[in-house]
Structure formats: C-alpha cells, structure tokens
Design a binder for this molecule. Sequence first.
Ligand SMILES: [Zn+2]
Ligand SMILES: [Zn+2]
Length: 188
Amino acid sequence: MQHQTANQLNPRSPLVLDTKDLPRRPGAMRMVERTVPAPDGLGLELIGITARSDLTLSLRLESVSEGVLVSGTVTGRVEGECGRCLGPISDTLTVDIQELFAYENSTTDETTDEDEVGRLQGDLIDLEPALRDAVVLALPTNPLCREDCPGLCPECGVRWDELPDDHRHEQIDARWVALRELTTKTEE
Ligand SMILES: [Zn+2]
Ligand SMILES: [Zn+2]
C-alpha cells in the first residue's frame, strides 16, 4: 500500500494524461492539445529543451484492447552549445511519440516488463519517461551551430568565424628566437 502511495501520479501534473473521459472500448479516441512548462533536464548534457519553456503536446489517445495508445508530437524550444565553436544553439524540436500504456491487470501488464510497455496507473498516464526517451533519441550527441561550423583556432581559441581569412600564428621555434637575438647583437 505504501509503495502505491509513493508512486501515485498527480493528475494536475503537466505531463500526466488523464484518460477518465476515454471509454475503455477499442477504437475510442480523444485528442489532447495542451501547452505545458517543460520539465528540467529534458535532453542531453550539451543540448536540451529549455526548462520551463513552452512544450506543446499534440497527442491522440486511443483505446486498444490492452490499454491506451498515445501517439502524436511534442514540440519545444531547444538550447545548447556547439560542440566545435562553443557558440549558442537555439532551435525548435518536434519529437514523435508512439507509446502503448497497458491497463493494470491486463494480459500485457502480466506478461511484459514495465520498461518494455508503460502502465496506466488507474486512469492516469505518466508521459514523462516516454517523452524523455524520445527527446534524447532526437537530439544530436554532438550538436553543431551549423553543419559546416569551422570551430576554433587551435592556437588562440578564437572562433574562425570571427577571424580574418588570413589569420595564422607564426610558429615560433625557440632555436630561431636564439638565432634572431644573436643576429641582432651582431648588428649592434
Ligand atoms: Zn559552431
Ligand atoms: Zn588564432
């Protein structure tokens, strides 16, 4: 009992879908269109959905014999850092969601693992784990500000984009420095 209380979903939580209006009859459908604040940490280390920015859910809930199939899209604002030039990245990401949530005590509930197929908790669906997986899969592991980003000059660390075309560093060799000093002295 205590275990159940700890896991109880809050029906008012932005990423919890309430199916109580959806008849448990295969083929019955309901649309969910809502804009909610994005949760923290939705994404990868270098790039992710901006926390608390608008996340637009456009989903269809469909009754199937063993549960509820949730399909549709979630769109949000993405912010990150370019892996080459460390410049800011700002973009919009739309991910496709297609996920089955099994009714409690259905055959699917009894024959599958919870990490394979999600579960309804009473009438409630927690969309967040499925959304996290979809977002992580859709984001690039090595994000770039643009496909052909030239990155940074390895000598001075300035972005090539901000440097003149002929920018280069003289390769100063210690032996040449010594020789140059010697030459200067001789000239004196
Ligand atoms: Zn870049
Ligand atoms: Zn440089």
